[in-house]
Design a protein around this ligand. Structure first.
Ligand SMILES: Cc1cc2nc3c(=O)[nH]c(=O)nc-3n(C[C@H](O)[C@H](O)[C@H](O)COP(=O)(O)O)c2cc1C
Length: 343
């Protein structure tokens, strides 16, 4: 099965192609997931705008939502044709809109239908079809029910399960649903022990690479969401410590690459802010992190980025900072700086 050791969670209004490109500059290997995209949007909307991505983004998965086997199969096929490496079905979104549309977490109440959907999707594409699910509905989740669903979905052709390790409370806001239902990481460990042939990635509440590495002893993968958006450099050591590559980019290297990207994107008509808004946290926890943020947010342009780069390059000289990692075999966690461990 493809490598799911470390991935960045699908997040609406966050993990669009520009943020994914930024993350890709930090880690060459981490697996990226698109924002949730409803099947009808793929079938009827502007596909180029919804689905196109930068060639550097691989490995990248398209997350779909919907409730109809036929249209999801068709949307999966279109996603595969666009070059996505995996198609993922959302079984975790608890929003009212999702409930009205009959997709997301509420589908966990109808595993038979989900199996039908997954079979149709798996038959439509050659790339892996995965699911991202919660433990169950309404805080009435039981492990045997969850295991029963996994078995059923595996029979339908799914090999990769991303488990957001809490239940869905359908009466609550999406935000409350990421905080109130308790995390049960132990259930994901147990799924892996019970279904060793399947791939399980654990998601929910993982804040640091150190924590992710600890889970990796028990499951095949770990997916991080908010921690990466709030501080993308939480992945600074990912290539080295998770994937065994001799690589650790600096924030300034990433920022300079982003500048070149901004210029390329300008030619495609992308407004600079569409890219820059995702870079606000790039220097989080660093001496001039706030200045960086302010300069970008006020200017919202390539000129603003240049100004911010100059301000941080000055700092680099003053502090004797170096572009290349001074001691790649040293103490990598120390290099993560003060942001590490922040909750
Ligand atoms: C702003 C935001 C948008 C999200 N959008 C999606 C989404 O489109 N699809 C999905 O499966 N989960 C979505 N989630 C949930 C995350 O993928 C993830 O499961 C959740 O945040 C828990 O992981 P974390 O604690 O590492 O953030 C979203 C979360 C946030 C914060």
């Amino acid at each position: 099965m493809k490598d799911h050791r470390l991935s960045v969670a699908p997040m609406v209004d966050r993990t669009d192609r520009h943020f994914r490109f930024l993350v890709r500059q930090i880690s060459r290997k981490v697996r990226l997931y698109s924002e949730m995209t409803v099947d009808q949007a793929v079938l009827r909307g502007n596909r180029e705008r919804l689905l196109a991505f930068h060639p550097e983004e691989h490995p990248v998965a398209l997350q779909l939502a919907g409730s109809d086997p036929k249209s999801l199969a068709e949307a999966a096929r279109i996603g595969e044709a666009f070059g996505y490496d995996e198609v993922n079905l959302n079984l975790g979104c608890p929003s009212e809109r999702a409930q009205r549309g009959g997709y997301g977490a509420c589908l966990l109440g109808d595993p038979g239908r989900v199996a039908e959907i997954l079979r149709a999707m798996a038959e439509a594409v050659r790339v892996p079809v995965s699911v991202k699910l919660r433990l169950g509905l309404e805080g009435r989740e039981t492990y045997p029910e969850l295991a029963g669903m996994v078995e059923r979905f595996a029979e339908a052709g799914v090999r990769v399960f991303i488990v957001h390790a809490r239940s869905a409370l359908l009466g609550l806001s999406t935000r409350a649903n990421r905080e109130i239902p308790p995390l049960r990481h132990g259930w994901v460990y147990r799924l892996k022990a019970d279904f060793p042939q399947l791939t399980f990635a654990l998601n929910g509440g993982v804040r640091t690479l150190e924590e992710a590495l600890a889970h990796l002893g028990r499951v095949d993968g770990v997916m991080l969401g908010r921690a990466v958006y709030e501080d993308p450099f939480v992945l600074a050591e990912a290539d080295r410590r998770v994937f065994g590559l001799d690589r650790r980019p600096t924030r300034l290297q990433v920022a300079r690459r982003l500048r070149a990207y901004l210029e390329e994107e300008a030619l495609r008509g992308t407004p600079p802010w569409a890219v820059l808004r995702h870079a606000l946290n790039l220097f989080r926890g660093q001496p001039k992190g706030r200045l960086w943020r302010r300069l970008l947010a006020e200017g919202r342009s390539l000129t603003a980025l240049d100004r911010a780069l100059r301000a941080l390059e000055d700092e680099e000289v003053k502090e004797g900072g170096q572009e290349e990692d001074p001691d790649p075999k040293g103490h990598p966690q120390a290099a993560l700086g003060p942001a590490r461990g922040r909750v």
